[in-house]
Design a protein around this ligand. Sequence first.
Ligand code: 5RP
Length: 266
Amino acid sequence: HSDRLRPAVATTPPAAALSQDELKRVAAHRAVELVESGMVLGLGTGSTAAHALDRIGELLRCGVLRDVVGIPTSEWAAARAAAAGIPLADLNTHPVVDLSIDGADEVDPALNLVKGRGGSLLREKMVEGASRRFVVIVDESKIVSRLGGSGLAVPVEVIPFGWVLTLRRLRSLFDGMPGFNLKLRTASTDAKASTFDENGAELEPFVTDNKNYIVDLFFEDGIHGDLNLISDEILRITGVVEHGMFLGLASSAIIARNDGMVVMME
Ligand code: 5RP
């Protein structure tokens, strides 16, 4: 798919190297240039999307943008967007979204993504799947040759009921794949829920906005095989709500590179 790589915009490399957060901001601001007055916007979740939300708020305040309405992809995005002064709505009143802007954990050469490190994959997939255009904003570190290849989790949202059984079924799906591992995501702080694993040990699960749990899948060398087939197999497990592979959903990616160039891939 290298023919899909199209350098769209090149900027002069800055004198000093940019931090990862500055690169996220550069990508986010470039994406916000695509926003037009009157649009219904899908509002992403995470530290990269935060820059886009803040920028949209700034442009609304100074009158460059008017009459946009945002569909947040998480409770976090709703709060951040409200603080930035972006009027909010939901998918029920606005089932067609003009443009979504969101970060990702991984982007492969065919523009397939892994998302959900923040746990918002379900609402993100619903909003971004309802979008005429979905622009992914990332710094260069998110680019992988194979999904699952960065060592970060590929998340699967599961219902709390019987999660141990669902986790077992997910494990048998990938049985034999070298270096495969999986575990229930636990809350790092302020755990509000409690559950027990198959050995009776108490765990404090991470709970999504939809009151579900997350099982994180780890692939030492990325996911081998037909991604669409693997996606179907995961979704066929009763108890699975959604997974964090976003296949064929992104229209383009704006990548801020360490050398100061901004590249658009589509
Ligand atoms: C949250 C997501 C985020 O977009 C993804 O985790 C990237 O986050 P960040 O911009 O903070 O690196 O999918 O569910």
